[in-house]
Unconditional design. Structure first.
Length: 68
């Protein structure tokens, strides 16, 4: 025989677990959406200039060879 209090505690914890799982799923979806939006946004101009500079430097080093 189980006390009635234990059954209601089990029901409440089960509901709590379902709510937590729902909230974590929702949070994960929101983070994924924000991350995806970030990936599709344009690169800031100064960062793009740095990337271009590094690409050009790398290209020049490959053309001249190492140690030249």
């Amino acid at each position: 025989m189980t006390p009635a209090g234990r059954l209601s505690d089990f029901g409440a914890s089960s509901l709590s677990i379902r709510c937590d799982a729902f909230l974590l799923g929702r949070l994960g979806s929101e983070v994924a959406r924000i991350y995806q939006d970030t990936l599709h946004s344009p690169v800031p101009a100064r960062l793009q200039a740095l990337v271009d500079q590094l690409t050009e430097t790398s290209k020049q080093e490959r053309e001249t060879g190492p140690g030249d």
